[in-house]
Design a protein around this ligand. Structure first.
Ligand code: DP6
Length: 336
């Protein structure tokens, strides 16, 4: 009763910000994303009647040391993992406790959200270890209960998460495989000392923004544009739609009560640079999640020049160049 899975993080072209149902994690709107080749989580899960309690271990990428172990420490991240395991055990009619060991391909300090890749890998590994024999669609529905964006890390390539009306109709599926279009996401990791508001907590306040309703009303049209851009491989339409959708979400965040400002000075410097580079004829667009890091979306042919320019910006820590990637899958090598 042991299995290991690897899952990519994903970058949302259409963002998920706000829930229609908190317990079921049903989103207010459908969203669309691309899996990231260089930002992955690997997780091994073992269920055994010899374990007295669940244990969650986060391996540090650099030191390969255990960051947290006993659940008595009650890290909220670990508790969320255990709640998810309870969900999965209930489905399997199993009560055995589990040992979970997990590691990210990117350092925790990079500030890249790991809940999408983390809950996708956990769901796929635990389902296999419990012998649940679930379809991809069912796996995405289960992963969604752990973290909404995690459902988009299970199917391959470019993925849509349908908002649905209930748990059965809110799932993710692949719009196109990873080799459909050779676009890149260059993540510019920004130095920061800010304490972050997590996305779960942050999106609780979405309805206090005067703009959230407008955003939802425009959403079907925004989704249509992204789908046309993907089918026609129209990079300009893709980039313009991604960028305005991101700024739209941040306008909601900044006008919530209390407001959330995820950007810092370096984030603004990168945004201005992207606008300058476009004026110089380089097709590049930005998108930003719940933090100060900037994702630069470009075509493969422009990756080198944009990476070079991005590295020259003051206040950045590092860049991570991603290609579109496969979704979550079982691997044979365990972490313990
Ligand atoms: C800004 O999936 O982390 O990255 O469902 O509460 O775990 P929970 O939220 P989460 O939210 C992601 C928010 C976002 C946009 C996106 O990825 O769509």
């Amino acid at each position: 009763m042991k299995a290991t899975a690897i899952a990519p993080a994903n970058i949302a072209f259409i963002k998920y910000w706000g829930k229609a149902d908190d317990a079921l994690r049903l989103p207010l709107n459908s969203s669309i994303s691309m899996n990231l080749s260089e930002c992955t989580t690997t997780t091994t899960v073992e269920f055994s009647d010899s374990y007295k309690e669940d244990a969650v271990e986060f391996l540090d990428q650099e030191a390969l040391t255990i960051l947290s172990r006993p659940l008595q420490d009650c890290q909220s991240e670990s508790l969320r993992v255990c709640k998810h395991l309870d969900n999965m055990r209930a489905r399997a009619g199993n009560t055995w406790r589990a040992r979970v060991v997990t590691k990210n391909s990117f350092p925790k300090s990079a500030g890249i959200a790991s809940s999408a890749s983390g809950f996708a890998a956990l769901t796929v590994a635990a389902a296999e270890a419990l012998d649940l024999a679930l379809s991809e669609k069912e796996l995405t529905m289960l992963a969604r209960l752990g973290s909404g964006s995690a459902c988009r890390s299970i199917p391959d390539g470019f993925v849509e998460w349908l908002k649905g009306k209930n748990s059965q109709t809110s799932y993710a599926y692949s719009l196109y495989p990873e080799d459909h279009w050779d676009v890149r996401d260059i993540v510019v990791v920004v130095q920061t000392s800010q304490k972050k508001t997590g996305s779960t907590e942050g999106m609780d306040g979405v309805r206090t923004s005067p703009f959230w309703n407008k955003r939802l009303r425009d959403m079907p049209d925004t989704i249509k544009k992204i789908k046309i851009a993907l089918v026609k491989k129209d990079f300009r339409l893709l980039g313009e739609t991604i960028e305005s959708e991101c700024v739209n979400m941040h306008a909601v965040m900044m006008t919530q009560k209390p407001p959330i400002y995820y950007w810092n000075g370096t984030t603004m410097d990168i945004i201005r640079s992207v606008c300058d580079w476009r004026k110089q004829g380089i097709p590049v667009y930005f998108t930003i999640d719940a933090g100060p890091n900037v994702h630069l979306i470009c075509e493969a042919k422009d990756e080198q020049i944009i990476s070079k320019k991005a590295r020259e910006i003051a206040g950045i820590e590092k860049i991570i160049v991603n290609k579109p990637a496969r979704g979550a899958r079982i691997v044979s090598e365990h972490l313990f």
